[in-house]
Design a protein around this ligand. Structure first.
Ligand SMILES: [Zn+2]
Length: 264
């Protein structure tokens, strides 16, 4: 009986490994996965049709809140994977200028303009994969904010933190965490101050906020490790720090899921 069970187990393991591609990345909240299938394969994740890029490449982000598992369906062949849940902390930040938490009517108009620009930047740009296997941290400093924290600013509940914060001296250099094309360079956005948005391809973008100087131009191709600016405290900031956010289209990604895990 045990032998039979073992053979049965072996058979299913082989059946799966022949049908399913190898998938890289973090199966976790805030995580991202990539894999390769055939160009003409159909892929659904949790019943949602997933876009297939050139050479059969796909990419998927779990978002800040995810189910305990995902269901991958390739041409009707289904496999489930578990997704690691995260515990998010509650962060209390005090001492922000009042208008940066409760903006005036005029400032709200400005915020809408910024928000629309950022929203547009989250649409898929390059359909080619520009990022490499592993991301690096864009600045050296103290980790002063983590991904996903519930934020209470001047005692008012606000959106969760969609990135990480690295605190360092004003003027500390900021480098590209991975290769990509500079999508947006914007001076003096209401919340994010001097801001760079970089396109890593396949809908994956990085946003760098509160910069002092910006040393690249829109449309420029930048390599991993290349200097793009310096740390500042422009926009909504209580001290000099870099805010680094990553998105796959509308879903926020934990930058550490790209620094600690390899993507293909
Ligand atoms: Zn931040």
């Amino acid at each position: 009986m045990i032998v039979l069970f073992f053979l049965f187990f072996l058979y299913f393991n082989f059946a799966y490994s022949s049908e399913f591609p190898s998938i890289n990345g973090c199966f976790c909240e805030g995580g991202i996965i990539t894999g390769l299938i055939s160009d003409d394969d159909q892929l659904k994740i949790n019943n949602e049709k997933i876009m297939i890029f050139e050479n059969g490449r796909f990419i998927y982000a779990f978002g800040r809140k995810s189910k305990n598992f995902i269901k991958l369906d390739i041409n009707g062949e289904i496999k489930e994977f578990s997704v690691k849940k995260k515990k998010y902390k509650v962060e209390n930040i005090k001492g922000l200028p009042r208008n940066k938490v409760e903006p005036s009517k005029k400032e709200i108009e400005r915020i809408f303009i910024d928000r629309n620009l950022i929203k547009k930047a989250k649409e898929i740009g390059s359909k080619k994969k520009l990022f490499g296997k592993k991301f690096i941290l864009p600045a050296e400093g103290r980790l002063s904010g983590v991904y996903g924290s519930q934020r209470i600013l001047n005692s008012k509940p606000r959106s969760p933190h969609a990135g990480i914060d690295i605190a360092a001296k004003e003027g500390t250099q900021v480098v590209a965490p991975s290769s990509g094309i500079i999508k947006i360079v914007s001076k003096n956005m209401f919340f994010t101050g001097n801001t760079i948005i970089m396109d890593h391809g396949l809908g994956l973008i990085s946003i760098f906020a509160h910069l002092k100087e910006i040393s690249i131009k829109q449309g420029e191709y930048v390599q991993q490790g290349q200097k793009i600016g310096t740390i500042g405290m422009t926009g909504r900031a209580t001290g000099p720090h870099l805010h680094w956010g990553v998105y796959l289209e509308k879903k926020s990604v934990d930058p550490f899921a790209l620094v600690n895990f390899e993507l293909d």
